[in-house]
Write a protein that binds this ligand. Structure first.
Ligand code: FAD
Length: 313
């Protein structure tokens, strides 16, 4: 069986859910080999083994994490030269996409970004024009390099005990062009990560800038908070929480949109949620075309009342 490289997406060894999704997809294509960059590989091992990594290649050279992106692409090129994978899967975040693009040039290979599904072949599905079209594509030259959006697959466990192989890489001076001078985690909110949450409560322009009922309701449910672009552009909530075409793609079990009209660009980021609930004071709002449950009402009344009810239970 051919090897499929998966670049591990992690923070200090804590593996993100997107990696479990990539490993699940990789098992459809061949034997998943995880590439871990950083020095906490032991912390990542249980999660990588849980989702079927057959081997973990550890790249611990500190220069890989001291500089932006370019050294990582060089390192992956060297790993690919040794492993000769049949495909390379990378998470579709800003760093992942830049690594993938650089790697595609280095390997003279085809690149597909933002796949929402990958099946045997590998044949990818991309969702384009704000979710109005879905495009199937296949790399026809070199090693397929595919960046995969969060929630493209449901992580399926397949217990393995992967061995760790340390791999030495050589980083050229040309790759050391942008040094990281500082890096700090975003202030912890105590809420789940937006793309990993089972429940999301999102607020839009209808909040009028007051996200406290959204946050209180989210906290009563153990949910993450999201926002529409109108709310983000108004400076009411940080961009990191924007859901939609130019924000995050989410696919939780339950998505609650409060004071959000349901513009196509917002739908593009949340329409695959399993259950959708909307609270909107305009019964004609387009979001109601999409929902499983709708509440016509003022979110400033509906949400506090619901939060109180949930908290009582
Ligand atoms: P509005 O459309 O103004 O809707 C507000 C809603 O709140 C209304 O339906 C109103 O009835 C309701 N409301 C008002 N007061 C209350 C109340 N008290 N209680 C309950 N309901 C109330 N948008 C995104 O969200 N994400 C994206 O990633 C994104 N990317 C974009 C990319 C491009 C290229 C473009 C052109 C646009 C993009 N947009 C995106 C913007 C998108 O087109 C909409 O403008 C935006 O989603 C509207 O946000 P909203 O629903 O919060 O605001």
């Amino acid at each position: 069986m051919s090897n499929v490289l998966v670049l591990v997406d992690h923070t200090g060894g804590k593996v993100r859910k997107t990696t479990a999704e990539l490993l699940t997809i990789a098992r459809r294509l061949g034997e998943p080999v995880a590439v871990f960059i950083g020095d906490n590989v032991q912390d990542a091992l249980p999660a990588l083994g849980q989702y079927g990594a057959t081997k973990v290649i550890a790249l611990t050279d500190p220069e890989l994490t001291q500089y932006l992106v370019a050294p990582k692409a060089e390192a992956l090129q060297q790993v690919a030269a040794k492993i000769e994978p049949s495909a390379i899967l990378i998470s579709s975040n800003s760093e992942g996409k830049e690594i993938a693009a650089r790697l595609a040039v280095k390997l003279d290979s085809g690149l597909i970004t933002d796949a929402v599904d990958v099946q045997e072949g590998p044949v990818t599905t991309q969702s384009v024009f704000a979710g109005n079209y879905s495009v199937q594509a296949k790399v026809t030259h070199g090693t397929p390099i595919i960046t995969v959006k969060p929630n493209a697959a449901t992580p399926e466990a397949a217990e393995t005990s992967p061995e760790v192989e340390e791999f030495d890489v050589t980083i050229s001076d040309g790759a050391k062009t942008a040094r990281i001078t500082d890096s700090k985690p975003r202030e912890a909110t105590g809420r789940p990560e937006l793309t990993e949450a089972a429940i999301i409560v999102s607020g839009g322009r209808g909040t009028g800038g007051d996200f406290s009922p959204i946050e209180a309701f989210a906290d009563s449910l153990g949910a993450a908070v999201g926002a529409s672009r109108a709310a983000v552009d108004s400076g009411w909530y940080p961009h990191a929480y924007q859901v939609g075409q130019t924000g995050k793609t989410v696919s939780p079990q339950l998505y609650i949109a409060a004071g959000i009209s349901g513009a196509i660009q917002h739908r593009a980021g949340m329409q695959t949620s399993k259950t959708i609930v909307a609270i909107n004071k305009d019964e004609e709002a387009p979001i109601f075309e999409l929902v499983d449950f709708g509440v016509v009402g003022d979110l400033h009344k509906v949400l506090p009342a619901t939060t109180e009810e949930v908290t009582k239970r």
